[in-house]
Design a protein around this ligand. Sequence first.
Ligand SMILES: Nc1ncnc2c1ncn2[C@@H]1O[C@H](COP(=O)(O)OP(=O)(O)OP(=O)(O)O)[C@@H](O)[C@H]1O
Ligand SMILES: [Mg+2]
Length: 245
Amino acid sequence: MKAGIFITGTDTDVGKTVVAAGLALVLRDRGIKVGVMKPVATGCYGGDTRLISQDAAFLMEAAQNEYPLLTSPSRFRNPLSPSVAATLEKKEVDVPQILKSYRELQKHYDFIIVEGVGGLMVPLKQDYYVANLIRDMGLPLVIVSYAGLGAINHTLLTVDAATIRGLEVRGIIFNRVSVTNYSLAELTNPRVIHDLSGVPILGSLPDIDGLNMDNCQFGKLKEVFQERIRIDKILGGPKNAAPIQ
Ligand SMILES: Nc1ncnc2c1ncn2[C@@H]1O[C@H](COP(=O)(O)OP(=O)(O)OP(=O)(O)O)[C@@H](O)[C@H]1O
Ligand SMILES: [Mg+2]
């Protein structure tokens, strides 16, 4: 089986797309043929036959990919949890179709970055959650979290949900961490989360200058990602203890 990584988060809006795009930019820079996938997207725009996922468009631009229907096989207009959007729109999340698209993408690219939807326990259909999809894809995962107050609870819950389902957590990335005037929680939480979960901390990202998803602008994302994130660990490098950044 070819390589890849699933990017999940503690919540919606935490920075999964930004992290997935950052990784795509860096790997492409290294000459890796990188593919991207947003298997289920809600809150899409455009005509009913041509719904567009903004996340998928941003990821495809980062990776310079060219198979939109494989990248984003399941799209819904309503900005809701997929199972709810599907019911409302009289459609369904077609898991076999998603897995088929994933296998097809693997033929075109050597490393696939898959962005989840919301967090691990978001229902895609009856008795089937994002966590089930990760297991069916056979991918290890990266958890994107925030570092401020509340992050210990959300991150440990996500790590637990992953490990009890037999998923491999490669590590945690803290996003939008303040570089000046950081709070005491931001300063101390990464270490606490590492100590309590035993999961490697892969680094933290500050607010990126010039990043704009609406216009597909990456700003300094590639450079900052390269400098601050342990890419070797995402790719499954040596499993020694990670330093806290
Ligand atoms: N490090 C960052 N610097 C600047 N802006 C950021 C950063 N991280 C996230 N954002 C902005 O915050 C918003 C949410 O980020 P993002 O879309 O990556 O979250 P998400 O977890 O993918 O959300 P969703 O659950 O909707 O897929 C976006 O508008 C994005 O541009
Ligand atoms: Mg996203």
